[in-house]
Write a protein that binds this ligand. Structure first.
Ligand SMILES: [Zn+2]
Length: 303
């Protein structure tokens, strides 16, 4: 049996998309480990970069595909897509831990959730998905957040230093906790008043009633989508709603979470959901749409 493949299938069974990553292998001299890629000892991200061209976009929960990959590369490290089933706080060794504690003592990451000791001497704390993308917590160095569009290596991957990624608390031991408020405060984008100028005549809150009505309508449409139309419906409905995010009427993270939850509930593949939402979000944010001029009455724009 192959422990790496077993682990890959286990993650996939939880809905976490997996993809193969280069691994550490003995260099020709045999003295040290180097990346399995062609660059070998000259690789700048040894045993951390994807084997496949599309990297994280190739991640899948399809067990047959995972079996094919690990039959072909039995030693490949395990890359997991974050932002769908879980997010991860990536702490780069003791320096990162100290930085996080200094800035936010209340955000002490010693929480009862799953945690990985990385092969390189750091930690990955797993949390319920936030809808946030990759970003460092504000003002903290050597610490990163892996969310939508992100990835982490997972046990039992091997580090080029010779260390192995291992669980300190695994997924059976602990459920995924919600990010503590103090930490969340460091991750959230700056308040709307500084990043998102809004019309003072309208509520600045993310949950404008008109936006919320559009959201409810579109989620209902998605909820009714039948197999064969689900992914396209996700793209169309999410695009419409992200346009209101662009104009400040709805909250970005809240919308991403709402669509992710509904899309998974109707049976879409997690990796597909991540890809489709990312694309709908990009398109929607580039095409802001706001409340019709006379809310409550039918206008041409509203039709
Ligand atoms: Zn390499």
């Amino acid at each position: 049996m192959n422990a790496l493949l077993d682990a890959a299938l286990g993650y996939a069974a939880r809905g976490i998309p997996v993809y193969p990553v280069h691994w550490p292998r003995r260099s020709w001299g045999g003295a040290s480990l180097a990346c399995s890629c062609r660059r070998g000892a000259a690789c700048d991200r040894p045993a951390k970069h994807p084997l496949l061209r599309h990297g994280i976009h190739d991640a899948t929960t399809d067990s047959a595909q995972l079996e094919r990959w690990w039959r072909h590369w039995p030693q490949a490290n395990l890359g997991l897509a974050t932002g769908i089933i879980f997010d991860a706080l990536d702490i780069d060794g003791a320096v990162g831990l100290a930085a996080l504690r200094q800035l936010a003592p209340a955000a002490d990451p010693w929480l009862p959730g799953p945690v990985v000791r990385t092969g390189g001497g750091g930690w990955h704390y797993w949390f319920a998905p936030t809808g946030l993308g990759n970003r460092p917590p504000r003002g903290v160095s050597h610490v990163d957040w892996r969310g939508i569009g992100g990835c982490v290596l997972a046990p039992p991957s091997r580090h080029v230093s010779g260390g192995t990624y291992r669980w300190l608390r695994d997924l059976d031991w602990a459920s995924l906790p919600v990010v503590p408020a103090a930490l969340r405060g460091l991750l959230d984008p700056d308040p709307p008043t500084t990043t998102r100028p809004t019309d003072p005549g309208r509520p600045a809150a993310s949950g404008h009633p008109y936006g919320r009505r559009v959201l409810a309508d579109e989620l209902a449409v998605l909820g009714r989508a039948t197999p064969g139309h689900r992914n396209r419906t996700l793209n169309q409905t999410a695009f419409k709603v992200y346009r209101y995010v662009a104009s400040g009427l709805l909250d970005d993270q809240e919308i991403t979470l709402a669509f992710t939850t509904t899309a998974l509930a109707i049976g879409l593949d997690p990796a597909e959901v991540g890809r489709t939402l990312a694309s709908a979000r990009t398109a929607g944010l580039a095409n802001p749409r706001t409340v019709p001029a006379t809310p409550g009455r039918t206008t041409k724009e509203d039709g």
